[in-house]
Design a protein around this ligand. Structure first.
Ligand SMILES: *Cc1c(COP(=O)(O)O)cnc(C)c1O
Length: 217
């Protein structure tokens, strides 16, 4: 199974980087994938998945959880504030906290619920105008603001620019995390997860390399 190939590569990258494979969480990104591909990976026993869309998650994961037992599902796509409440019900972690208004909203919801998914702050390491995320120069302030709201900030997340070498972006993310005492680093996808592991990734988000290419309707 392809998942096993990815796990083997994950282990090899950890060995090369002198890291314990237990410190790297493999998030299998299942957005848009046909349900039979997802079932195959669930049957193989994998327990941690990533999704981009609240609606798609609400449609497929309650049934899959009933069928396969407890699994973690992580939100890795942009989150609209009006879907924040639903997202808190569906997800074990949200990797895309990217603005103050969403932080405030999540904090209000967390207080009334008495719990909150683990949160990662998305940093726009390439300062790309079309991309979500806090700009690197605003990161320290934003992290402080989110912490002041009592939000469970576990780490940082980035999606490097498509046309650039990813490693410098991973290193920027690791530096921002280190100087803010954050241990989580959500970085690395199918094409670059090994270099992300070298740079310190704790959560890699791998989709097409596990499930095959996504076919958008
Ligand atoms: C879709 C997606 C992934 C997975 O991408 P692949 O190239 O298929 O591994 C990872 N992270 C985010 C934020 C995504 O949207």
């Amino acid at each position: 199974m392809t998942l096993e190939i990815i796990q083997t590569r994950l282990h090899a990258a950890c060995t090369a980087a002198n890291r314990d494979p237990q410190t790297v969480t493999l998030i299998a990104v299942s957005k848009i994938q046909p349900i039979d591909r997802l079932r195959a990976v669930l049957s193989g026993g994998h327990k941690i998945y990533g999704e981009n869309y609240v609606q798609e998650t609400a449609q497929k994961w309650p049934d899959l959880r009933a069928e396969f037992g407890p699994v973690q599902v992580h939100m890795i796509g942009p989150l609209q504030s009006n879907k924040a409440k639903q997202a808190m019900d569906l997800f074990d972690a949200i990797h895309t906290l990217d603005r103050a208004s969403l932080a405030t909203k999540l904090a209000t919801l967390a207080q009334s619920r008495g719990q909150c998914p683990d949160l990662f702050i998305q940093i726009n390491t390439g300062s790309e105008p079309q991309k979500a995320g806090v700009l690197p120069q605003g990161a320290d302030d934003f992290i402080a603001t989110a912490r002041a709201l009592d939000l469970p900030i576990r780490g940082l997340m980035c999606i490097p620019p498509e046309d650039e070498i990813a490693t410098p972006h991973f290193e920027t993310l690791a530096q921002i995390a280190a100087r803010n005492d954050l241990s989580g680093l959500s970085m690395g996808m199918s094409s670059d997860f090994e270099s992300a592991i070298t740079a310190g990734a704790t959560h890699i988000r791998v989709g097409s390399a596990i499930f095959g290419a996504r076919v958008y309707a």
